[in-house]
Structures are given as structure tokens and as C-alpha cells.
Design a protein around this ligand. Structure first.
Ligand code: BES
Ligand code: MN
Ligand code: ZN
Length: 496
């Protein structure tokens, strides 16, 4: 979809579909009022005739609109005229995008930019429209032999006649497009099956991004180099796989050379069968999504490189498969991590923390200001929090609060769980420094505790996205979370 700003008299605008807002109690938005007067009360009479209530998300497509240049009008309900909440606006946007992708218009003009949404500005309205439009029109079926039919509408314009608003809308368009592009990249690689999206494939995607953006440098560590670095934990996971593990480094240099980077670490497990501690068969296909953390790092780096943000960010993606094999790690095996700590692998299905811990140690060489890791780490986080927020843990209250705030702002929400010392007890091993599982209780927290052993003295946060990175069931598919959260966090850091 293409996006642009358009100015001019609203009734003279040539467009396939003019999007106009209305409210409860028959109130009309300013442009809607103008059009209503110029069309001999077409709109207000249709609202009466069809008993439209003006509730958020209600819609009416008027296929023919005599007296104005637009071919069609899409009327969109926005709720209370004096208080447009973010939720109501999002509902309205969703039905707007659904309606225009179903109608036959090839382009649309939105007047929703003239609305005052509570605590939000026109930049946000624009950005939100683009992100939602790209999310709703995304089709995951790229491997179907016949292409799915695409919507007729290929462009949306935003209407304004004010200079300052034009600038905000333009900025909203570039931010929205960059974030939408990042989300889309994350979804695309996440939805690909394990036989296509292998560690080598992920590395290739990163390298392609490196070719697109001058400030983005990609290096790939091979297993041999990981061995030299002493990454015994990471390598223990890939032992059972014929696909070689990769450690992808994406260095984005938008800030000054001496500025410490934000380091993002994303779990890139391209298929998690559990290893020798094999998972049950039902729903195992969804373990192709065990690389969604890595995909979110890929998408976030793509978005910030696209925006050219003035900040330094490093993305690290440890990538491997976790499969059973004659050479695979066995329960009870003891491995030595890059940090020197020995780990008793009591369950080979708790592999995410093993590939992450060596990467967290490796991250130290970038002298990070902040480390954030993102991982589909535990099924337990779905039991604890369901599928609405991602789980947040960390050793830095200020950082955690900043992330929570950004989550509220973007709608890509987080909920924090404690990493108290008491939980660390559960990771005791009789034979090694630490065990890789902590029993049934608080599985998400003990996974976080495990990672905390590798980030001591660092400002660090861990985001468990096992419940939020994809949807199961009929609408099975990746969500692209938490790309919008991470990108907004970096935008705010770059501006602050
Ligand atoms: N990738 C899984 C976590 C997962 C499970 C995400 C289900 C989404 C849905 C992870 O590698 C894993 O298997 N974790 C185990 C840990 C356990 C063995 C301590 C789990 O959650 O069962
Ligand atoms: Mn696992
Ligand atoms: Zn896993």
C-alpha cells in the first residue's frame, strides 16, 4: 500500500473512497458536515434511515455519491464526539481498513486525521492507520501455489489543509511505514516453516538487510568460531541438528562512535522438537515459531535502519534447531558455557536459555548500555499471563518501567514478573554450577533467573513472548510482536 498527504477542498477530491467520521447522537465530524451540506443532507438522512448509532467501528458504505468528486463514501462510527478514546479510534480504524479492502475502490482518502483522539496527535493517527492497514492486509500464504487475491485498494491518502499538520502526517507516514515494514519482515520469516527458515536462511535475511542499509553491518559466526569462543551451551543445542548453528550480529551505527549501544538479543530457534526430551506431537508444528524473538530483532533493526535513527543498536540472533539425534545432548549432560559456568542439562527442551546465555556473554564485547533479550522461552508464561501481554523480567527497575510505558503507548503490552533471589534456589544442581530447569513452580521466572546469571552487573531486561508472538487456531499466524514496542523504545531513546 502507498501512503500520501493530500490537501484541497474535500468535495473536489478525486478518490475511489472518501472516509468520513460520524459520532453517537447524529454528530458529524467537520469534513462529514461539509459533505452533508453539499449533498443535500445525503449523510444525515442515511444515518436516520438506517438507524446508525455512531458506535465505534460501525460503518456504512455509500456506493454512489452525487454532487462530489469521490466515487464512494465510507461512513465510520467513532463513538462519543467529545471524547474519542484510543480504543474507539482503533476499532473504527479496523473496520475502515476492512471495509476499504473489501470494496472495489483502488484508492481511498481519509479525513480521520482531523479528529482529536484523547492524548494522541495527528502523527499517531497517521502511523496507526498505516500499521493497522499493513497488519490487516498482510497475507501469510506466500507458499500457496495460487496467489491469494489481493485487495483492489493500493493507496490511502490523508487529508489536511494545514501546513503544520502536513508535516506531522508526512512524519507519521515514514515512521508508520518503517515500523510496518519491520513487523511485516518479522511475520514473514516467522510464518515460514522450519524446512525453509533454517539458521542459514535467517543469516541470509540479515545479510540482505545489511546490503540495503549502509549503516547496518552484518557478521555471521559459524560453529567453528563459536567453539573457539567456548560457547559450549549454544553448541550443545545444535549437536543434534544437521543444519549448522549461526550467531548473527547486526550492528547499526547511527550514533557517534563512542556512544554505547542498546543490544537486542533474539532467540532464533528455527524448530524446537525438544531434542531427546521430545515434545508431544499435538501442535508441534507451532514450534517453527520458536525463532520469533530473532525475527523481532531482525524486524526492529530493519525499521530503525529504514528511519536512519541517530543511535547505536546491536542485534544478536543465536540460531539453531533443537532435534533428537544419536549425537544430540542427553538429559544429565553437563556443558561449559562461554562465561565459564557449567550447566547441567536436565531437560533438553529448555534449550532457549542455553543458546541465549552464551549470546548474553558474547554481548559484553559491545559494551552495552542496555541489553534486552526477546524469546519464546516458556510455555509457562501463557499459563501465568495468557496471550495478551508479554512477560517482562529484569534487574533494572528504571529500564523495566520504561519498557512497560512503551508497551502501553504502542499497545504491545508487557507485564512484569519478579526475579527474587528466593527463586534462584530452584536452579541448584548437585553436579554443575547451575541446572537448566527449575521444576514446575514459576517456570517463566526460573528461566529468567537462569538468564540473570549471565547478565550480572549489566542493565538487562528479558521479554518472554511465548504467548504473544503468534496466534494459534483458525487464524494461526505470526503477530510481529514485539517489533512495535522495541522500535518505539529505540525511537524514544534516540530522541531523549
Ligand atoms: N520454545 C519452548 C517454549 C514454548 C512452549 C513456547 C510452548 C511456546 C509454546 C521452550 O524451548 C521450551 O520448550 N520450554 C519448556 C521449558 C521446560 C522444559 C522447563 C516449556 O516451556 O515447557
Ligand atoms: Mn524447548
Ligand atoms: Zn524453545
Amino acid at each position: 500500500m502507498d501512503y500520501a498527504v493530500k490537501s484541497g477542498q474535500i468535495d473536489k477530491q478525486k478518490t475511489g473512497c472518501l472516509i468520513l467520521g460520524f459520532f453517537e447522537k447524529g454528530n458529524l465530524a467537520p469534513s462529514t458536515e461539509t459533505i452533508d451540506q453539499l449533498t443535500n443532507q445525503l449523510i444525515s438522512s442515511l444515518i436516520k434511515r438506517d438507524k446508525l448509532e455512531g458506535k465505534a467501528g460501525e460503518s456504512l458504505l455509500i456506493e454512489h455519491a452525487p454532487g462530489i468528486s469521490a466515487e464512494r463514501i465510507l461512513l465510520i462510527g467513532l463513538g462519543d464526539a467529545d471524547n474519542i478514546s484510543e480504543q474507539d479510534f482503533n476499532k473504527a480504524l479496523k473496520s475502515t481498513i476492512e471495509a476499504i479492502s473489501k470494496c472495489r475502490a483502488t484508492n481511498a482518502l481519509s479525513t480521520l486525521t482531523e479528529l482529536k483522539v484523547k492524548d494522541r496527535d495527528v502523527h499517531w493517527i497517521t502511523q496507526q492507520t498505516i500499521q493497522l492497514s499493513e497488519t490487516i492486509t498482510y497475507q501469510p500464504g506466500e507458499l500457496k501455489s495460487k496467489p491469494e487475491t489481493a485487495a483492489a485498494c493500493t493507496s490511502i491518502s490523508f487529508s489536511t489543509n494545514e501546513k503544520a499538520e502536513q508535516i506531522s502526517i508526512k512524519e507519521g507516514i515514514s515512521t508508520g511505514e518503517a515500523i510496518a515494514k519491520g513487523i511485516q519482515l518479522a511475520k514473514k520469516v516467522s510464518d515460514l516453516p522450519g524446512n525453509i527458515c533454517t539458521p542459514s536462511y535467517l543469516a541470509e535475511q540479515a545479510s540482505n538487510l545489511g546490503k540495503q542499509y549502509k549503516k547496518l553491518n552484518i557478521t555471521i559466526l559459524e560453529e567453528k568460531e563459536m567453539e573457539e569462543l567456548g560457547m559450549g551451551a549454544l553448541l550443545s543445542v545444535s549437536r543434534g541438528s544437521r543444519q549448522p548453528a549461526k550467531l548473527i550480529t547486526m550492528e547499526y551505527k547511527g550514533g557517534s562512535a563512542k556512544e554505547q549501544p542498546i543490544v537486542l538479543v533474539g532467540k532464533g530457534l528455527t524448530f524446537d522438537a525438544g531434542g531427546i526430551s521430545l515434545k508431544p506431537g499435538a501442535g508441534m508444528d507451532e514450534m517453527k515459531y520458536d525463532m520469533c524473538g530473532g525475527a523481532s530483532v531482525l524486524g526492529t533493526l530493519a525499521a530503525i535502519a529504514q528511519m536512519g535513527l541517530p543511535i547505536n543498536v546491536v542485534g544478536l540472533i543465536p540460531s539453531s534447531e533443537n532435534l533428537p539425534d544419536g549425537d544430540a545432548s542427553k538429559p544429565g549432560d553437563i556443558v561449559t558455557s562461554m562465561s565459564g559456568q557449567t550447566i547441567e542439562v536436565l531437560n533438553t527442551d529448555a534449550e532457549g536459555r542455553l543458546i541465549l546465555c552464551d549470546t548474553l556473554t558474547y554481548a559484553q564485547r559491545f559494551k552495552p548500555k542496555t541489553i534486552i533479550d526477546i524469546a519464546t522461552l516458556t510455555g509457562a508464561v501463557i499459563i501465568a499471563l495468557g496471550r495478551h501481554p508479554s512477560g517482562l523480567m529484569g534487574n533494572d527497575d528504571a529500564l523495566c518501567n520504561e519498557l512497560i510505558q512503551t508497551g502501553e503507548k504502542t499497545g504491545d503490552r508487557l507485564w512484569r514478573l519478579p526475579l527474587w533471589d528466593e527463586y534462584q534456589e530452584q536452579l541448584k544442581s548437585n553436579f554443575a554450577d547451575i541446572a537448566n530447569i527449575g521444576g514446575r513452580d514459576a517456570g517463566t521466572i526460573t528461566a529468567g533467573c537462569f538468564l540473570s546469571r549471565f547478565t550480572e552487573g549489566q542493565s538487562w531486561a528479558h521479554i518472554d513472548i511465548a504467548g504473544t508472538a503468534w496466534k494459534s487456531g483458525q487464524n494461526k499466524g505470526a503477530t510481529g510482536r514485539p517489533v512495535s514496542l522495541l522500535t518505539q523504545f529505540i525511537i524514544d531513546r534516540a530522541n531523549g
